[in-house]
Design a protein around this ligand. Structure first.
Ligand SMILES: [Zn+2]
Length: 672
């Protein structure tokens, strides 16, 4: 009789090897952390004696589950911002909070919390991608969990790297230190095609090849991303990544929701593994990944939870079941993705997708002992049937459709007990909970302060410049536009230059909450030709705060402090992010004349407001100013200009366009 470390015996053992062998009762012999033998209980117990023998009667013995994709530290952002669109969720909430809070200790704590949660749902291996991946690897190794840890690299500054060069260096340092570790496989994580440059991708590939480690990348998560990619590179996303040589390294691609057969074949050709994240795709309404096509093509597809911020838990039992149900619902075919396949995706295929199938994913001799023991004597698993069952089908269906993560009783990772009778042995859950609550408190305070006013919310998404303007201004209304040209000609005021544009403004108003108003402007600059083609479109976002007036008899001095940023997101994004109480649109055609009068530059804007349609045309005369004395001089000159136009003081329009529009529409007047 051979003597070994550990014997698990008496359970209903499902190997999840390719033939799906099942031994009931079965046993598993483990020595030095490695599976020494697997087979019928009688046969194994006749061959081995062990230091420790665990009776698994009434339980299933299955491979530890593989969570193909997560961002472990995001457990600390669980439930932070829900029910939002992906861009608002990511750019409006996740990224600003990450910029402020993500540090190595944050990542360490979040990763430990993730390991605790995953062990309790039977997970023994996961694929990760985040910042400060060194801390994630540290926390994971300390917990005794297996993981593929990818250091994220993006083309813009991240919490751990000011540039992508710095990101690549960080990844290289990380990979060098961890390569060859028995639990952690370091990896390189160019975040996605749309957050990468060709150079970044080539650098990542070189690094991965030099150390023979995998690459993790998000591909085709949303439809928008896919169409933008085609617009930018005139190539479908997978083809473009192939052009950059990315698939010369072993790759795990996350999501792949919007890929056709041709693109999937390219992935298969390069032996790319895919992770399918049904909860995350559903929660962010990213679409339905063509999972059955991927599997039919022979691509190893893993099931993943994605980060806890978009799921919101790391429960692989739930994910497995959802993968099976979703595939049926989407294809109108109840035979799609049967239980056995779902279980394989959460184990053996998952390990293949992560390029760690030589170590884990099934109960086979020579693999590391990553095992979950699941209690089958539960009400929701009672009774069970065996008729017509081909090998592991009935047990797989019990686990996938009725099993719950709370049924997992013991977990063994790399031959080491990490959970016995649901008690975690390597992690101090109470301490982790206490520390996580503290971090959440700090994030809450940060967000509450940010939500206090529109400006701090605007600043949080970045790119904002403060602009102070002082200008003398007057606005008058004419019935007829011709009068302006007539006066200019008569007075020999030849414009220095002119321009034409269409301005589409949306004013977001915040009622009692905030007196400032936010303007989203689409500025179409037109060519000075007869057909007036659009030459350029500029999108700007301007927060207009309190305006200070000083009234001159025939004009006003405006002193305005504005916050100005290029509007890089859509109007819909800003609407959903800022959640204004009201919205007023003002469209106008603007003809601008730059003239010199009295040795001074003036801009004459001749505006026709088309939405809401306001009668007549408006002439706005403005000039920048820098001192009170200068303002007075310009106010005097402006009064003279008004005389040239024959305008009486009472004809001066004191309201701004947005106020005139509000009047016309009968909505409550916006704050000044
Ligand atoms: Zn992800």
């Amino acid at each position: 009789m051979a003597h070994i470390d550990l014997l698990l015996t008496g359970g209903d053992l499902l190997t999840v090897n390719k033939p799906f062998d099942r031994f009931s009762p079965g046993a598993l012999a483990i020595h030095d952390g490695v599976i020494e033998a697997v087979g019928p209980a009688r046969e194994i117990t006749d061959t081995y004696t062990a230091d420790e023998v665990v009776d698994c009667q009434g339980c299933a013995i299955i491979p530890g589950l593989v969570n193909g994709h997560t961002h472990a530290p995001m457990t600390l952002l669980r439930g932070l911002a829900d029910d939002l669109r992906l861009d608002v969720w990511l750019m409006g909430y996740m990224m600003p909070v990450e910029r402020e809070f993500v540090r190595p200790d944050f990542c360490w704590l979040g990763a430990q919390l993730a390991c605790a949660e995953m062990f309790r749902s039977g997970v023994t291996c996961y694929g990760d991608m985040y910042y400060y991946e060194e801390a994630v690897a540290d926390a994971t190794a300390e917990a005794g969990m297996r993981a593929v840890c990818a250091q994220s690299i993006l083309k813009f500054p991240t919490p751990d790297s000011a540039s992508f060069d710095a990101g690549l260096r960080l990844a290289q340092d990380f990979v060098t230190r961890w390569v060859g570790h028995d639990l952690i496989l370091p990896a390189v994580g160019p975040h996605a095609a749309y957050t990468a440059t060709a150079e970044l991708l080539r650098g990542s590939t070189q690094l991965a090849r030099a150390y023979d480690v995998p690459i993790h990348i998000h591909i085709a998560e949303t439809e928008e991303e896919v169409s933008q990619q085609v617009e930018t590179h005139q190539r479908p996303v997978v083809s473009w990544l192939e052009d950059q040589g990315l698939f010369e390294a072993p790759v795990t691609a996350h999501h792949c929701v919007h890929l056709d057969d041709d693109q999937l074949r390219v992935l298969r050709h390069h032996r790319v593994g895919i992770t399918h994240n049904p909860s995350s795709n559903l929660k962010l309404a990213s679409g339905f990944a063509p999972v059955t096509r991927m599997l039919a093509l022979g691509i190893p597809v893993s099931v993943g939870t994605d980060g806890a911020a978009s799921n919101n838990d790391l429960d692989m039992f739930e994910e497995m079941r959802l993968a099976a149900l979703l595939a049926k619902g989407v294809s109108d075919d109840p035979t799609a993705l049967p239980a056995r396949q779902a279980l394989a995706m959460a184990t053996r295929l998952g390990a293949e997708a992560l390029h760690v199938a030589h170590q884990t994913g099934s109960l086979e001799v020579g693999k590391q002992a990553d095992v979950a023991v699941v209690d089958l004597e539960r009400i929701h698993l009672t009774p069970r049937f065996e008729h017509g069952s081909d090998g592991g089908d009935s047990l797989a269906s019990a686990l996938v459709y009725s099993g719950k993560s709370t049924d997992v009783r013991h977990v063994l990772c790399n031959g080491r007990w990490v959970m016995r009778d649901r008690e975690l042995l390597t992690l101090d859950v109470e301490e982790l909970r206490r520390r996580a609550a503290k971090v959440a408190g700090r994030i809450d305070t940060f967000l509450a302060a940010r939500e206090e006013n529109v400006l701090s919310k605007l600043v949080a998404i970045g790119g904002v410049d403060r602009v102070e303007t002082f200008e003398v201004q007057v606005r008058i209304r004419f019935d007829d536009a011709a009068v302006v040209e007539e006066v200019l000609e008569r007075e020999h005021l030849t414009p220095v230059r002119t321009s034409r544009r269409h301005q589409y403004d949306t004013y977001f108003l915040f009622g009692e909450r905030d007196t400032s108003r936010l303007r989203y402007r689409e500025d179409e600059v037109l060519a000075e030709t007869v057909d007036g083609q659009i030459e350029n479109v500029v999108y700007r976002l301007t927060l207009i705060g309190e305006t200070k007036h000083r009234e001159f008899p025939r004009s006003i001095l405006l002193s305005r402090s504005r916050f100005d940023a290029p509007a890089t997101h859509s109007r819909r994004f800003y609407r959903e992010y800022f959640q204004p109480e009201d919205e007023i649109r003002v469209h106008k055609h603007r003809r601008r004349y730059h003239v010199r009068y009295g040795g001074t530059d003036f801009a004459l804007n001749l505006d026709r407001v088309t939405r809401p349609p306001l009668p007549g045309v408006y002439l706005e005369i403005t000039s920048r100013t820098w001192s009170a004395q200068d303002a007075e001089r310009k106010a005097q000159l402006m009064a003279e200009l008004l005389d040239l136009f024959g305008v009486a003081t009472r004809e001066i329009v004191r309201a701004e366009y947005v106020e005139l529009a509000a009047d016309q529409l009968g909505s409550p007047a916006p704050n000044p």
